[in-house]
Ligand binder design. Sequence first.
Ligand code: NAD
Length: 318
Amino acid sequence: MRAVVTGGAGFIGSHLCERLIHESHDVVCVDNFVTSEPGNVEHLTDDPHFQLVRRDITQGLDVPGDVDAVFHLASPASPADYLRLPLETLRVGSAGTWRALDLAAAKGARFLLASTSESYGDPLVHPQPESYWGHVNPVGPRSVYDEAKRFGEALTMAYRRHYGVDAKIVRIFNTFGPRMRADDGRAIPTFIDQALRGEPITVTGDGSQTRSLCYVDDLVDGLLRMLASDHGGPVNLGNPHEVTMLELAQWINKLTRATSEITLIPRPQDDPERRRPDITMAREVLGWEPVTPVEHGLCDTITDFRRRLTSVNFTERR
Ligand code: NAD
């Protein structure tokens, strides 16, 4: 298979590219590095089956030769990133998705949209099945991401219905693992970075809000199964096990062997209270569910953060 991965140098994209190369596929990784750096895929650049293209996908993309699959992952993804890049987020979710779908249509390729649990907004139904239409504030600060993804979903379904493109949607819930950016504002990288630096761990609100945490290797497995299936989705991919933010902070304190104090700070606007996927459909249609224990995933992520922190200190010392 020859696959185009937009946002391929990002956190999830780099793991997807790695897995595709490992399975002997050809990969064209397209990224403008607005929220990532080329270092994430540096270890793949010597592979003759891997091609890195620096490009803003909203400008369109011409890929000579055959393409069998387009994975569309390009988008700022963490609240800190999309609040800092509101118009870029709306543009890549709309025009970027349009261009990526055009590429798939022109090449007769399968298409996979990386949508999000944020499509459900601050949900009133728990856990969230795919049939739930969501509870989104269309004009709040987070709407630039939520509504861009909802538009991207509508566009994907229109290409599927109208042009017969084999287009699919997955709704990804919180995913974590090595190569997350320490400053991306999400709970796991923030807590690990604070713990490793011996700083207080800052939990928002009273820490009782929950998230479900899926390890990136499991998520990538779900993306590949979805691409191979005949189902259009949307299909939820995430870990149905909920963890409160306070529990997560205590867990990370223990696993890093830090003794950081836990401090409560104000919650951001429209921050969802609970998030938990109903993955019945993923189990039935894809035979998929997360298999990596969260604790194992956290240990791998902590090792990666420790290594990067040490190499930064090392470089600074030199
Ligand atoms: P990330 O920020 O690490 O990766 C996104 C990548 O897209 C970056 O490399 C960025 O430079 C690139 N990009 C952004 N705009 C672009 C553009 N116009 N042209 C080309 N490249 C562009 O984020 P991630 O966590 O790896 O998320 C990947 C995808 O998965 C996103 O679409 C996100 O919405 C979705 N998702 C992620 C999570 C999660 O928990 N990480 C949850 C739900 C959905």
